[in-house]
Unconditional design. Structure first.
Length: 317
């Protein structure tokens, strides 16, 4: 697993630039822990609020501000994960992690449409295999402690001694948590296809959908493929997974018939080839895919407008 950036261990006196410079690291960490950019930003904001609530003397007593911020952010995420499980049990339909555009398309006003100034680089999440939609979905199956221990150690390469201090458990317990999480990842992991091959398959899928060619869609989908949609109860979306290539193809044709003005765009979604559906120039759906053996096995369609902020014209100001 690649490391987005190395943990900060600056032992110098805390300065404003050094503290603010940790923000991107913290956003990267929190997004992987929570699967939601909005929640990640809230967690990081709370982390900084706790730092600035300390006196100057207390701040200067902190040996490593970067390590302090990481510890606090991780513990906040751990608490949020616990409460998130309760919230997601009440969520309308399936809950899918928040999709992110490629950094070249991530702008404050729109992603994949519109014009605006580039977003603050600190807001960008480093896109690698640890933020693919398939990976984030596996993370959702973990307990909060498993997820935090695994991300800190396997993704960000923190030693178990530091992980134990952050999580509040023994090193042996953290090793077991990370090991359990690793088994979940291996069990769900499909052989990775070359990016060019993925892009070509998604392009063929887009063309077949636009042509309303049900036979072509069925041929591109694995017979046991699954499509999951997330509308959050705010927009129309199928509440249960659609299973099987024929049922998915029929459902997609039904959608195309109901929304004749829909425009499909090829975009990078969480570092992988995906599709964005726009209506009247506004992004209404972001779809991520999992591919195995030259066919599509999973489709995650995010329609909840609250999760499409980085993609829409009214996203960020």
């Amino acid at each position: 697993m690649s490391t987005p950036s190395e943990p900060g261990h600056d032992r110098s006196e805390p300065g404003l630039s050094a503290i603010v410079g940790e923000r991107r690291q913290l956003i990267n960490l929190a997004y992987r822990m929570l699967g939601s950019l909005a929640e990640a930003e809230d967690a990081v904001q709370e982390t900084y609020a706790r730092w600035y609530a300390m006196s100057r003397q207390q701040q200067e007593a902190v040996e490593s501000p970067g390590a302090w911020l990481t510890t606090v952010a991780s513990r906040i995420c751990l608490d949020l994960l616990g409460s998130a499980r309760v919230r997601r049990e009440r969520y309308v339909g399936a809950w899918i992690p928040e999709p992110l555009p490629d950094r070249t398309e991530w702008i404050s006003g729109a992603a994949g449409g519109g014009r605006a100034e580039p977003a603050d680089p600190a807001d960008r999440v480093t896109l690698d295999e640890s933020v693919s939609m398939a990976f984030l979905v596996v993370l959702e199956s973990m307990t909060p402690a498993e997820r935090v221990a695994f991300i800190l150690h396997d993704v960000f390469r923190y030693p178990f001694a530091e992980v134990a201090e952050i999580v509040g458990r023994t090193q042996a317990a953290c090793r077991q948590l990370a090991s359990s999480a690793r088994r979940r990842v291996r069990a769900a992991q499909a052989p990775a296809a070359p990016t060019a091959g993925q892009a070509g398959l998604v392009r063929h899928f887009k063309e077949a959908w636009e042509a309303k060619d049900i036979e072509a869609l069925v041929d591109l989908l694995d017979p046991d493929a699954t499509m999951i949609a997330d509308g959050g109860g705010l927009v129309g979306a199928v509440l249960r997974p659609v299973e099987g290539s024929e049922r998915i193809a029929e459902y997609l044709i039904h959608i195309a018939a109901k929304a004749p003005g829909l425009t499909l765009l090829e975009r990078t979604v969480n570092g992988q080839p995906g599709l964005v559906a726009q209506h009247a120039g506004v992004t209404v759906t972001v779809a991520a895919f999992s591919l195995t053996g030259g066919r599509i096995t999973r489709i995650w369609a995010v329609r909840n407008p609250e999760k499409l902020r980085p993609w829409t014209e009214t996203g960020r100001g």
